[in-house]
Design a protein around this ligand. Structure first.
Ligand code: OAD
Length: 233
């Protein structure tokens, strides 16, 4: 299961590339790169503080809730997300592989220690490490940065060994995340896409649902549970 910003769209969190997408209004290179942070940590943190403020008021939608329920329903369920909003966990998912980090976590730029703060708004902008006084940065992956090697390796391992792969609410233009469904399909998994719009992955999908995930996933869930009950009888 790979999710992207689209799964949180129905919770009211802006996506990146849609009509009202963040990258239509803001320039990624001024806000989501290491060089932007080094040049102006206050500006970058203000942007993350603003986003934390938005995310803090939002609740998981039925799409997140179905995936949280599937953790117990399917024996080897794995959830990989590009999202940093923490809504999968808020919906009850316990085992989430976060490819791009988490907006509620900070990392000391000197010691590399990771901490979690939920203060909204932040008490200090930019925040500093309570241990060594160095700057803290958002624990997220910025443009031009590599993903955590262990997380990436685990994600490819999970994808290339699964029976069924879903790509939900992702435009599939950011690598290496966009390659995960392809690695699953190449290894023989059924590949299902849920997205109101076509993406570069659509032509590789066995099933492509042009639908909102918060509407389609509950329907799919009800049908799967009905069939599972039927089998038991
Ligand atoms: P995008 O904003 O690129 O794409 C969101 C996708 O969700 C689009 O394909 C929409 O059609 C789809 N969508 C919109 N509403 C939906 C709904 N209700 N149900 C299902 N799908 C819906 O977001 P991502 O693909 O997640 O990276 O973007 C990938 C990465 O680019 C992000 O993780 C972020 C960004 O730059 C970093 O910050 C490193």
């Amino acid at each position: 299961m790979l999710t992207g910003a689209g799964i949180s769209a129905e919770s009211g969190i802006p996506t990146f590339r849609g009509e009202d997408g963040l990258w239509r209004k803001y320039r990624a290179e001024q806000l989501a790169t290491l060089s932007a942070f080094i040049q102006d940590p206050k500006l970058v943190w203000e942007w993350y503080d603003w986003r934390r403020g938005i995310i803090d008021t939002k609740e998981p939608n039925p799409g997140h809730e179905v995936l949280a329920g599937w953790e117990g329903f399917f024996p080897q369920f794995a959830l990989i997300t590009q999202n940093i909003d923490g809504l999968h966990q808020k919906a009850g998912s316990n085992n989430v592989t976060e490819l791009h980090g988490n907006i509620w976590k900070q990392r000391c730029i000197e010691e590399k220690t990771i901490s979690e703060y939920h203060d909204v708004p932040l008490k200090e902008i930019p925040p500093h490490c309570p241990e060594c006084g160095a700057l803290l940065r958002p624990h997220v992956v910025w443009f031009g940065e590599s993903l955590d090697g262990t997380i990436l390796q685990k994600s490819f391992m999970l994808s290339s060994t699964c029976d069924v792969m879903f790509a939900i609410g992702t435009s599939a233009v950011v690598q290496p995340a966009a390659s995960l469904p392809l690695s699953a399909a190449e290894a023989g998994a059924k590949f299902i896409e849920i997205n109101p719009d076509p993406t570069p992955l659509t032509s590789y999908a066995d099933f492509s649902f042009r639908a909102k995930s918060g509407e389609l996933l509950p329907l799919l869930d009800a049908e799967l549970r009905r069939r599972s009950e039927e089998k038991k009888e």
